[in-house]
Design a protein around this ligand. Structure first.
Ligand code: SDX
Length: 429
């Protein structure tokens, strides 16, 4: 038990609480006994100062712009690893041996197909449905097809549900894309890498061979790695809260997909590219900077700012390098959108408003430029983010379910509504 204590004085009462220490990062004050001792709650809408759990998966240092997956730095992983190796690392806590990686890749590869009956689900949607609406629905529907992996108390079922979720999410997302553009579904293939398989399912057609460009494959895999996990962000917290009620894993991941869709969160990549296109040319940047600073205008610079990063998002740096690589490969010289993005970043980072608030580009600022160059419509951007984040959601869910201290999440409130009052009969109103 930690010897260090935090004291709280309320009136003439002094209360003591343990200070708990992690391996790195801020200590926490254990306030689990606060309500019992004081009859009071803490008040922290938006959880700006609240640790909702302890975890060993991902660590972020917002001041340093550092992101670690199980202790390994994101820039090292982006340079040297690949998405399925990162999946293994996030799920099991260590880098796999060659044999362990080969076995993991084989297990994922054997679960990429959807139950054939699931194809009918897509036909129930309008063709112009947003892909995230389809992905959210189909992920939740997995509980209706994979009954043998919904018992969260069975470790084997938890494992197979995790493998199925990670293996099938590219197929689910690719089918949402194909359905939207009116092309036939393309089955996954066992001879392709995870990233190449997704690109093949999205861009190949029955009438012609489709070879995945290795540079594009590498860029796609790197985008997946950069989005894989990110501590207790809004969608991961949604997955954890859903899982705390012992809901089945597919329902929990569907809840995470729903939360990620918001433009303040994963929907920002779609919104950021739309914003860059709306700006159009560098000479219009000052107009949008002014809008972003205008408190009476709800407009914000999409892809800018972060609750945790108060310095450059390390993922944005890798993403910017990758954007240049992909555009150079595709011979897209002087891409106007990338030019606007770079000029916007330069101007914003010299503006006192952004400097004072420590607002920097985040992961969503450059990712859309790459995805657009690869050939995805903006409507697919957040679905690709959800695809990549699935391993993070699954890893965090598994960690929570296996935690002996697991309790159902049930926050309280500061009530400012009407005190008890008597009913007034209609005849008297
Ligand atoms: C993701 O949590 C995660 O880890 C998320 C994520 C992940 O991997 O899971 O990293 C992915 O969601 C990245 C963020 C993507 N969202 C966007 O790019 C949308 C634009 N950004 C903002 O909406 C905002 O920056 C948030 C939501 C990201 C963070 O909001 P906070 O932490 O609640 O900050 P805030 O709203 O309190 O802003 C602080 C100040 C405010 O000004 P003041 O009231 O102090 O004068 O900064 C301003 C805000 O108005 N501000 C912005 C701004 N972001 C914050 N002003 C203009 N443009 C912006 N983008």
């Amino acid at each position: 038990m930690s010897a260090e204590k935090a004291t709280l004085t309320i009136g003439d009462q002094v209360y003591e609480f343990d200070v708990l220490h992690g391996s790195v990062g801020p200590d926490v004050i254990d306030i689990r006994s606060l309500y019992a001792k004081t009859g009071m709650f803490t008040y922290d809408p938006g959880f700006t100062s609240t640790a909702a759990c302890d975890s060993a998966i991902t660590y972020i240092d917002g001041a340093k712009g550092q992101l670690l997956y199980r202790g390994y730095s994101i820039d090292e992983l982006a340079q040297n690893s690949n998405y399925l190796e990162v999946c293994y690392l996030l799920l099991y806590g260590a880098l796999p041996s060659q044999a362990e990686l080969a076995d993991f890749v084989e297990r994922i590869t054997m679960h990429t197909m959807l139950h054939e009956q699931m194809h009918n689900l897509y036909r129930g949607f309008r063709r112009d449905a947003h892909p995230m609406a389809i992905v959210c629905g189909v992920v939740g529907a997995m509980a209706a097809f994979y009954h043998d992996s919904t018992d969260i108390n069975d470790p084997e079922q938890r494992e197979i549900a995790s493998i199925r979720m990670i293996a099938k999410i590219p197929t689910i997302a690719a089918y949402a894309f194909k359905y939207a553009i009116g092309q036939p579904f393309v089955y996954p293939r066992n001879d392709l890498s995870y990233a190449a398989n997704f690109l093949h399912m999205c861009f190949s057609v029955p009438t012609a061979d489709y070879e995945v460009d290795p540079i594009i494959e590498r860029a796609m895999d790197r985008i997946f790695m950069l989005h894989a996990d990110h501590e207790q962000n809004a969608s991961t917290s949604t997955v954890r809260l859903s899982g705390s009620s012992d809901a089945n894993p597919f329902a929990c991941i569907a809840a995470g997909v729903a939360c990620l869709w918001g433009p303040a969160h994963g929907g920002a990549n779609e919104a950021a590219l739309n914003m860059l296109r709306e700006i159009g040319t560098p000479d219009r940047i000052p107009e949008f900077i002014a809008k972003a600073k205008d408190k009476s205008d709800p407009f914000r610079l999409m892809g800018f700012g972060h609750r945790v990063y108060k310095s450059y998002d390390p993922r944005a740096q890798v993403m910017q390098q990758t954007a240049k690589e992909v555009l150079d490969l595709l011979g897209v010289e002087n891409n106007p959108t990338l030019q606007v993005a770079r000029e916007l970043e330069k101007i914003a980072l010299e503006d006192p408003y952004f400097i004072e608030r420590k607002l920097y580009p985040n992961v969503d600022f450059y990712s859309g430029i790459i995805l657009d160059a690869i050939g995805f419509p903006t409507s697919m951007f957040t679905a690709i983010f959800a695809l990549a984040r699935t391993v993070g959601w699954v890893s965090q869910w598994k960690e929570m379910i296996a935690d002996p201290q697991k309790k159902i999440g049930r926050p309280r409130q500061l009530y400012n509504g009407e005190p008890r009052r008597d009913y007034v009969p209609l005849s008297n109103r």
